[in-house]
Ligand binder design. Structure first.
Ligand SMILES: Nc1nc2c(ncn2[C@@H]2O[C@H](COP(=O)(O)OP(=O)(O)OP(=O)(O)O)[C@@H](O)[C@H]2O)c(=O)[nH]1
Ligand SMILES: [Mg+2]
Length: 450
C-alpha cells in the first residue's frame, strides 16, 4: 500500500477518450512529470494540459487532469485521473512514463481493493462495483447499484448487531453471576428464530441476483418438430439454430441471451423429447435437455397447434410439472386441433398462441415472459452473490445449533460461543475478518483496474 499504482481505467481499444488512473502518495508528483498543466492544479478541478514524454523531450497528446486529495478519493488515497485521446498507445505511454517515474502497474481490482482497505467501502459494496460493471442488463445495473449504496451491508450489519447483543447478554451472565441477572433463554431462542427467518429471506434472494445480473434461465421444451428452434430464432431475430421439417433436427443445445425491457433472459433451445429416440446422439441430446430443465428458472412448453396432444406431451408435462412454465401453442397459422382446455390438462401456466414461422404474437409472448419471470420492481433492491450466500448458510447452521443447545439445556457459555460463530460468518460477508489471502483472491477476479 506504500507504493503508487497506475493503470488505464478505460478498456483497451479505440475510443474518443481514454483515462489513466494513479493512486498513492506519489500520484500527483508522478503525474506532474508527464502532464504539463496550463494552469494551477486544484483538488477536484479539471485542468487542461499537455502530455509530455520526458524521455524524448516532446509532447504526445493533450488532455485533462483531475486531482483528488486524500482521503476524498475513490481509493481514499492521493489520486490523479488523466483523460487523453482514446488511442490505447497514448494511454499505455502514460502508464509507461508513470512506471518510469516510480509507479507500479496496478493488479486487477487493486483500486477497489485499496478503497476497501482504506474503509471507503465494505466487501459487499466492493463486490457490487464489480457486479455493476459485469451486469448483463439495465435491471442488473440498477440492482447492483442499490447494493453499492449499501442495501445488503445494512441488513447484514443489523443482523450482526442483534446477534452481538444476544451473545453479550449471555456472556454477561456467565461473567457476573452474582449480579443475579437471569436471562430468559426462551426469549433468546425466540430472537434466534427471528434472525434465522431474516437470514433465510436473504438466502432466497440469491436466485434473483443471478437472474438479473446474468439472466433468467428459460428452456424451450417440446416434442420434436413443434417449432422450438423456429421460436428460438424468432426471439433472437436471427437464424441461429437449424430449422428443418425433419423431426430430431436439434441434437445439442444452444443458448443465447435476449433482453426484454431491460431484463436479461438466457434462452436455451433443446433437442425434442422423443419417446422413441432413433440413435445415441438423440438420446444424449435428450439427457442434456433434462439436465437443462432441472437447472432452469422456467420452461416454455411448446405444442404444435396442428397435431393433437399425445402421450409424449403428457410425459413431458410430467417432467416439468413443478417448473414455472408458459405454454406456447405454435403454428396457429395452420388448422388448429388443440383447445385451451386440452392444454390446461397438462398443467398450470399461461397459454400464448403464436406462429414462430410467421412471427405472429411474439410480442405478447415476450411480454408474458417478462411479467411471469422478472417479478415486480417494488421488491427490495438487494441480492446475495454465491460467496455471501455461503456465509449466510454458515451463520444459519450456527444459529440452528445454538437453538438446539438451548432446547437441550446446555450451558450459556457454549450457546454464546455458537452465536459468536454466526457473528463471524456475517463478518466474513462484510470483509471485517477475512484474511488477506481470501480478500486478494476476491479482488483479483475483478475485471476493472487491469
Ligand atoms: N406452419 C408453421 N410451421 C412452423 C412454425 N414453426 C415452425 N414450423 C415448421 O416446423 C418444422 C420444425 O421446426 P423446428 O423449429 O425445426 O422444430 P423443433 O421443435 O426445433 O424440432 P427438433 O429440433 O427436431 O426437435 C419446420 O419445418 C418449421 O418451418 C409455425 O409457426 N407455422
Ligand atoms: Mg430444433
Amino acid at each position: 500500500m506504500d507504493d503508487t499504482i497506475v493503470a488505464p481505467s478505460t478498456p483497451q481499444g479505440k475510443g474518443a477518450i481514454a483515462m489513466v488512473r494513479l493512486s498513492g502518495d506519489q500520484a500527483l508528483s508522478i503525474a506532474k512529470r508527464l502532464f504539463k498543466p496550463a494552469g494551477k492544479i486544484l483538488p477536484r478541478k479539471a485542468t487542461y494540459g499537455k502530455l509530455y514524454d520526458f524521455e524524448e523531450g516532446s509532447f504526445f497528446d493533450e488532455g485533462i487532469l483531475i486531482y483528488y486529495k486524500a482521503p476524498n478519493s475513490y481509493t481514499g488515497e492521493e489520486m490523479v485521473e488523466i483523460t487523453c485521446h482514446g488511442n490505447p498507445i497514448v494511454a499505455w505511454r502514460i502508464v509507461e512514463l508513470a512506471i518510469k517515474s516510480g509507479a507500479r502497474q496496478a493488479n486487477p481490482g487493486e483500486f477497489t481493493y485499496r478503497a476497501f482497505l482504506n474503509g471507503k467501502m465494505d466487501l459487499p459494496r466492493a463486490e457490487a462495483v464489480e457486479e455493476l460493471v459485469e451486469a448483463q442488463s439495465y435491471r442488473g445495473v440498477k440492482l447492483s447499484f442499490s447494493q453499492l449504496e449499501g442495501g445488503l451491508s445494512k441488513r447484514i450489519e443489523t443482523l450482526r448487531e442483534e446477534l452481538l447483543n444476544l451473545a453479550i447478554l449471555l456472556e454477561t451472565e456467565i461473567e457476573f453471576p452474582e449480579e443475579g441477572i437471569s436471562i430468559d433463554l426462551k426469549e433468546v431462542e425466540k430472537a434466534l428464530k427471528n434472525t434465522k427467518e431474516k437470514i433465510n429471506s436473504l438466502i432466497a434472494l440469491f436466485d434473483r441476483g443471478r437472474q438479473f445480473l446474468e439472466g433468467i434461465k428459460l428452456v424451450l421444451v417440446g416434442k420434436p418438430n413443434v417449432g422450438k428452434s423456429s421460436l428460438f430464432n424468432a426471439l433472437l431475430e436471427e437464424e441461429r439454430a437449424i430449422v428443418t421439417e425433419i423431426p430430431g433436427t436439434t441434437r445439442d443445445f444452444l443458448r443465447e441471451r435476449i433482453i426484454v425491457k431491460g431484463v436479461p433472459f438466457l434462452i436455451t433451445d433443446t433437442a425434442g423429447m422423443n419417446p422413441r429416440p432413433s440413435d445415441e446422439i438423440e438420446k444424449e441430446g435428450m439427457r442434456r435437455a433434462l439436465k437443462l430443465i432441472e437447472e432452469a428458472d422456467g420452461v416454455l412448453f411448446l405444442l404444435d397447434a396442428s397435431s393433437p396432444i399425445d402421450e409424449s406431451d403428457r410425459a413431458l408435462a410430467e417432467i416439468v410439472s413443478n417448473k414455472r412454465k408458459v405454454f406456447v401453442l405454435n403454428k396457429i397459422d395452420l388448422k388448429k386441433v388443440i383447445s385451451e382446455e386440452d392444454i390446461k390438462k397438462l398443467g398450470n401456466g399461461h397459454i400464448i398462441k403464436i406462429s414462430a414461422k410467421k412471427r405472429e404474437n411474439l410480442e405478447e409472448l415476450t411480454e408474458t415472459l417478462w411479467k411471469c419471470f422478472s417479478g415486480t420492481s417494488t421488491q427490495e433492491e438487494i441480492y446475495v452473490n454465491s460467496r455471501q450466500k455461503a456465509f449466510l448458510e454458515g451463520a444459519l447452521s450456527h444459529i440452528e445449533k445454538a437453538s438446539e443447545m438451548i432446547r437441550n439445556h446446555e450451558t450459556e457459555e457454549i450457546v454464546a460461543e455458537e452465536i459468536r460463530g454466526a457473528i463471524k460468518s456475517l463478518e466474513e460477508i462484510l470483509g471485517k475478518i477475512s484474511s488477506e489471502e481470501i480478500l486478494k483472491n476476491i479482488f483479483s477476479r475483478f475485471c476493472i483496474g487491469k
